[in-house]
Design a protein around this ligand. Structure first.
Ligand code: NAP
Length: 300
């Protein structure tokens, strides 16, 4: 197996570097700009900087297209593939359907999606080993993807093409919305005079402690706080303060509170009556179905 990369951004550079460190020959790279291709090649010895996708595909047997999702198909369509080659993309939301132009030449196709967040080149290289990798594709493509993921100490998850959108929603909800939650918290700190960077520094140990609890104790046992304890008056105080000073945060507090309430019920420390009272508070005025006392609903 010889590996080439088209698109030398964060994902391409990190995967190329780590695969090369694990003994895979990463032999060719091209990118929109020469500088990005040269930067990737600088992490690896024996990697040729090519003048375009075709040259990469002419040299390598496994070709990663690690460009933005929207141009993957066009790039694949512009290449004369060889039968038996493997075309790979790393998109979380798309299946291998977008590599169909490679299939027309008899090339195999797979998606190797690192379930990870890459915010910069160094961070991406650090984050790769031990990540979960979702793989999808044809038989030969899957075999190559599994082998490479395992070489990166990855936890391999096999997906079907139709799973990808839901899989990606889950990833975005966790990773991107966690950033949005951090920003929401830090914004509240600014309202009592603490700037965002200081707030983030102060909040990070709480975030890390929460992640450790999820890892060690699991859901639902890791849940703490007023909803898990059944402190309804605390929730009431929160809602009143938000209504008065930060109404823009009420919806997120309500929606996340109702999800939290589901977990609190599963943890089993609060009674049905307390759960109902909390639910009604979070929902505001409205009727819950009488037949199901545990039913949670969101006011529209
Ligand atoms: N970032 C993440 O957290 C993450 C995580 C998992 C999967 N992914 C997936 O990884 C893939 C790449 O994402 P990324 O975040 O690494 O993107 P990125 O850092 O923006 O890198 C994309 C690279 O593609 C190059 N490029 C753009 N258009 C091109 C074209 N027409 N021909 C050749 N090269 C082109 C860019 O070129 P120049 O630099 O040369 O201008 C850039 O280096 C996507 O499929 C994405 O869904 C990303």
């Amino acid at each position: 197996m010889t590996i080439g990369f088209i698109g030398a951004g964060m994902t391409g550079t990190a995967l190329a570097t780590r695969l090369w460190q694990r003994g895979y020959p990463v032999v060719a790279v091209s990118s929109r700009s020469l500088s990005s291709a040269k930067r990737l090649a600088s992490f690896i010895s024996g990697c040729t900087v090519c003048d375009g996708p075709q040259q990469v595909a002419d040299i390598a047997s496994v070709v990663f297209i690690t460009t933005p999702d929207d141009v993957i198909t066009d790039i694949a369509a512009g290449i004369r593939w060889r039968p038996g080659q493997v075309a790979v993309h790393c998109s979380g939301v798309h299946s291998t359907d977008i590599l169909e132009p490679a299939g027309r030449y008899g090339a195999h196709a797979c998606c190797l999606h690192p379930l990870q967040t890459f915010a910069g080149i160094e961070e991406a290289i650090d984050n790769i080993p031990g990540s979960t990798f979702a793989i999808e594709g044809d038989e030969a493509g899957l075999a190559a993807a599994r082998e490479m993921a395992q070489a990166l100490d990855g936890n391999v998850i096999l997906l079907k093409a139709g799973d990808k959108v839901k899989y990606h929603i889950a990833a975005v909800t966790l990773s991107n919305y966690l950033v949005a939650l951090m920003k929401t918290s830090a914004d509240l700190w600014q309202s009592f005079g603490i700037p965002q960077d200081e707030a983030v520094t102060a909040l990070l140990p709480l975030l890390k402690g929460t992640v450790r609890n999820i890892e060690r104790v699991g859901i639902p046992g890791c849940l703490t706080g007023p909803i898990a304890r059944g402190d309804v008056e605390t929730v009431r105080k929160h809602m009143a303060a938000l209504e008065e000073g930060h109404p823009e945060n009420l919806d997120i507090y309500r929606v996340m509170g109702l999800k939290t309430l589901e977990i609190a019920r599963a943890k089993g420390r609060i009674s049905i009556e307390t759960a109902q009272e909390t639910r009604d508070l979070l929902n505001g005025p409205g009727e819950a179905p009488a037949h199901d006392p545990d039913y949670l609903f969101i006011r529209r």
